[in-house]
Design a binder for this molecule. Structure first.
Ligand code: DAK
Length: 259
């Protein structure tokens, strides 16, 4: 795997683990991190031997404590716009990866960190995880998709409350409002993400990929178009060997073995 200034990228069999690695700044996203993420996501997307991606932060204290405030402090309006667009593109490319992406959230996931977690498909939070969009307290709006992905996950009312108040919520509350899938003891988020990755990898890669595409596309178009897209993908499954193997295995009362 490539090496990066601000990321650790490691392989565990077919799983790629991407660790944001700026622990002294609580893994805050500076320009170098966003650029490294962009390169790592492109490399992962081009590697079909990677079946699941896990994103986490270095150390127990923070997943990512936001975009780097020291870098943003003196930005002009046009620099801010360019920075926001870059982050949005990188997070969109993460969301569009063909592989499922799990965020293993340890500690603070604030601002850009919460937005990074929301751009992942699934979020597993350690009990010490804290989520929030504190930007309104800094005189800015969230710039990496937070105003759009948060309401899609938790509903407009709860999203507006978090955006307007800049409140930070703990893992239990994040679970209650649907911001995270699961809460696990401190130090266990990565292990739980790996366990979930193993479960996903035992399923048909074709079906999992199509499920991801169906949800991603379907959430952004009207219901009739989304249902039509689902029917297309359902049909395509029958052109791939996984459907034959999955159904033959059922009939033969054995576990399927997908390629
Ligand atoms: N940026 C830079 N450095 C950070 C940081 C951040 N977001 N968060 C923490 N650090 C640094 C601290 O400055 C400190 O550095 P040193 O003083 O040791 O050099 C070190 O990490 C440890 O932090 P603390 O000493 O503060 O640790 P505490 O345990 O006391 O507090 C904390 C932890 C997470 C509660 C606190 O650090 C904190 O409140 N951090 C800031 C959280 C925050 O507000 N995050 C949101 C950032 S704003 C946009 C594009 C992007 C965005 C918005 C718009 N457009 C272009 C429109 C995104 C914005 C954000 O993400």
């Amino acid at each position: 795997m490539n090496t990066y200034e601000t990321l650790l990228v490691e392989r565990r069999d077919a799983v790629a683990i991407v660790t944001i690695n700026r622990p002294k700044a609580l893994n805050a996203l500076n320009a170098a991190t966003v650029s490294d993420l962009s390169k790592a996501i492109a490399a992962i997307g081009a590697d079909p031997s990677i079946r699941v991606v896990i994103i986490t932060g270095s150390g127990e204290k923070a997943f990512v404590a936001g975009a780097d405030i020291t870098e943003m402090q003196a930005m002009s309006a046009s620099e801010g716009r360019a920075w926001g667009r870059l982050g949005q593109q990188v997070f969109a490319s993460l969301e569009a990866l063909p592989q499922p992406v799990i965020a293993a959230v340890n500690g603070f996931a604030l601002g850009g960190g919460c937005e990074l977690a929301m751009a992942c498909d699934i979020r597993i939070a350690a009990e010490n995880a804290r989520f929030g969009q504190p930007e309104s307290g800094l005189g800015i709006t969230p710039g990496f998709g937070g105003t759009q992905r948060l309401p899609r996950l938790v509903g407009a009312g709860r999203a507006k409350e978090l955006l307007f108040t800049a409140d930070v919520v703990d893992a239990a509350e994040a679970y209650r409002i649907g911001l995270v899938n699961k809460v696990v003891p401190v130090g266990r988020a990565l292990e739980e993400a790996l366990a979930m990755a193993a479960k996903i990898m035992a399923r048909s890669p074709v079906a999992v990929g199509y499920c991801k595409a169906a949800v991603e596309v379907g959430m952004n178009v009207d219901l009739a178009s989304a249902i039509a897209y689902e029917a297309e993908l359902f049909g395509l499954c029958f052109a791939a060997p996984d459907q034959k193997e999955g159904m033959t295995a059922f009939v033969e009362k054995r576990k399927p073995v997908f390629g």
